[in-house]
Design a protein around this ligand. Sequence first.
Ligand code: SF4
Length: 351
Amino acid sequence: MNPRRTSKPIQIGDVTVGGNAPIVVQSMTKTDTRDVMSTIAQIKELEECGCKLVRVAVPDAEAAQAISAIKRGVSLPIIADIHFDYRLALMALEAGADGLRLNPGNIGEPEKVEAVVRAAKERDIPIRIGVNAGSLPKTNNPQLTTAQKMVEAALQQIKLLESLDFDLIKVSLKAFDVPTTIDAYQDIAQKMPYPLHIGITESGLPRKGVIRSAVGIGTLLYLGIGDTIRVSLTAHPREEVIAAYEILKSLDLHQNGPILVSCPSCGRAEVDIIKLAEAVEEELAKINEPIKVAVMGCVVNGPGEAKDADIGIACGKGKAVLFKKGKEIGTIQEKDFVVALVKEIEEMTSR
Ligand code: SF4
């Protein structure tokens, strides 16, 4: 795995993005931002599952102004997502947004971007330049690949912001196409010092979207690229946060939270391992502490993995051997599998 790319850290509210800060998981609310109570409730749900930054859509003036009431009800930093109308960015800043996300390609004239940059600078509020493959500005180099056009668009906007003496910048280059996204990020990572927000845009419903995102985001993180991530899913945003942490945990980039090791089951299993793993996963979802639990279907591969976990069981016919920190601590009957595992999990964590 490549060492993490060095980036210039920025501060969004009390969250540091880039530099040596841990990779930040973010999401976006799916409520109508003008509905302050629903938006606050969803942000609180996101916070509970570990989300560190939240973006809200700002489609009109009422949504921009709602940010001030939303901020009074939550503790996570709020990023205002602006398209087309630069005046909404100014209003969001006025309302106390902790960050802005602009797609300069659809904001229009440089003077409008400039007005926003000046207002952000007065308040030390960072701006994410969010380039999307689907809305690229016109280029003088039509022979460029989509990834190159995305990089060109981002660099132009970075230059504009820098010319206004503004460097609280974060950049994203998102496409639905995973190779295009990876190419674009790899290219820009060498061309500018700012932190990168990475993700695969519009990746779809969870079953496929999580895989697309894991391949794209996971590849980039493995290459050392990425300071903050969002898994974009057509689902409740909680699913985005859960998926994001699973990607980080898969690469050992996040030590918090439980890890469930469960065998896929096969003809050797003499218990319903799928049902058992689902029940254990449901219990682990209530825990934020690092604990590794293994649920294995037989004595062929089971004891090795079970010993390697903090708590593990290797099942046989109607019973299982229970392991704790690598040591066999007893045999349990099938009817007690979940209860016994939960008891050990509770003892090892603060639950
Ligand atoms: Fe099959 Fe046993 Fe491996 Fe599970 S641990 S997949 S039951 S061989």
